[in-house]
Design a protein around this ligand. Structure first.
Ligand code: DI6
Ligand code: FE
Length: 406
């Protein structure tokens, strides 16, 4: 290492997230070049001759990979605070959805919003995520539900990756709900997704993956299969909202298509977990939605452990069931509500979340050659990230080795 590096971070205690136990290293350094980790090691091995364009003294603080939020719906217009009030008066999420509220009310506002307004409204949520330590985010469409408006939402998400210091992965979720103009004609809407929306999302390069909501109030397994076949024909990987409100065997379907992840999973059975294990499909826990809907059925964490299915944790940021951008709070909820361990929670927002996006070779851990997405925290032990309710002890955040004011 003779040529100067771009950034040298010294005196940090590193949780690299390469080891499942999340051990903390002794005082160490990280050297960054061209946006990637060039070298990592204990301070007493820091080459005396190493020159750096900029330096950061970590003062003994804890360094983790930048956080990865692998499941959000953050591009939408308006809010659903009124629906929240109705639910407090006793209406259920499904009743509101069946009565034309819920997702559809957000669809109406999102369709009406021009791209600039949609960008501005959604950027507030994106910036909030960043302030909580997120350096990679997955953003789904799903509130447009037509070719024009789905692409508009994906375009806004793509622009975020160009305008903000964050890595954005997009998922086309046209199969989120039935748009009102297709009332009673679900198969025809699936035709529209299969023959027009997926091909155009693939051709334009606006979608990195295809997702669907496989549920009694969403799309049936047979319809989801058609969506997945179209995704496969266009070489797009799949993921799925599965087993959130009932067991539709959606996780096994996602696994059959080599899915990156199956998400929610409160109602999954052991056969579904085994199918995920065989396919290497990540189980994404969304405790914010569980909490907000006052769900009582906990996803079978022991089965994921038993079959060694990697578990990720995400915000599910959306106006109806998880209006949050607080990923560390989701770690707390995953521990408190689902009994995950703080180490599992940390892997769930780093290495396993990166895997849920197919980014395990480049993101989610601190290793030579990986993207230099790093968070420096004002804590002594990694469990504090899960322990503190609603705190974000973020001190500094680096994306591709560059620190940005937030
Ligand atoms: N499951 C969810 O929890 C969100 N979407 C989905 O498929 C809810 C979306 C909404 O209510 O707006
Ligand atoms: Fe979701």
């Amino acid at each position: 290492m003779n040529a100067p590096v771009d950034l040298l971070i010294t005196d940090v205690r590193i949780v690299s997230c390469t080891d499942d136990a999340c051990p903390v290293s002794p005082s160490s350094f990280v050297a960054v070049k061209a946006g990637r980790v060039e070298a990592v090691g204990p301070m007493d091995r820091l080459p005396a001759t190493l020159a750096a364009a900029s330096e950061c003294d970590g003062q003994g603080a804890l360094l983790t990979p930048g956080l990865v939020d692998c499941h959000t719906h953050l591009v939408y217009a308006g809010d659903r605070a009124r629906e929240f009030e109705l639910r407090l008066q006793g209406a259920s999420y499904e009743e509101i959805a069946r009565a034309g509220g819920g997702i559809r009310s957000t669809v109406r506002l999102t369709r009406e919003a021009d791209p600039t307004s949609l960008f501005e409204q959604s950027a507030k949520r994106l910036q909030s995520l960043m302030r909580h330590g997120v350096t990679t985010v997955e953003i789904k469409s799903g509130y447009g539900l037509s070719l024009e408006h789905e692409l508009k939402c994906l375009q806004v998400a793509r622009h975020f990756g160009e305008r903000f210091p964050i890595n954005v992965r997009t998922s086309l979720l046209a199969a989120h709900a039935l748009p009102p103009e297709f009332e009673g004609r679900a198969e025809e809407y699936v035709d529209e997704i299969v023959h027009r929306i997926i091909p155009e999302a693939a051709r334009s390069g606006l979608a990195d993956a295809v997702d669907a909501f496989c549920e009694t109030i969403g799309f049936s397994p047979a319809q989801t299969r058609r969506v997945f076949e179209a995704a496969r024909a266009h070489k797009l990987p799949v993921k799925l909202h599965a087993e959130q409100l009932s067991n539709q065997q959606g996780a096994a379907l996602a696994a059959e298509f080599g899915g990156l992840s199956a998400d929610h999973l409160e109602h999954i059975d052991e056969a579904g977990v085994q199918a995920m294990a065989r396919a290497g499909t990540v189980a994404v826990m969304l405790p914010g939605a569980f909490y907000f809907l006052r769900d009582t059925r906990v996803p079978p964490i022991d089965l994921f452990r038993k079959h060694r299915v990697p578990m990720a944790i995400a915000t599910d940021c959306n106006p109806g069931t998880s209006p949050t951008t607080h990923l560390p709070l989701m770690m707390n909820m995953a521990c408190t509500l689902f009994r995950m361990t703080p180490s599992e929670a940390l892997l769930g927002v780093t290495r396993h979340a990166a895997q849920a996006l197919g980014l395990q070779a480049t993101h989610g851990s601190i290793e030579v050659g990986r993207q230099a997405d790093l968070c420096l925290w004002n804590i002594d032990h990694p469990a504090e990230l899960s322990y503190a309710i609603g705190a974000t002890p973020l001190r500094r955040r680096f994306h591709n080795g560059i620190e940005h004011a937030m």
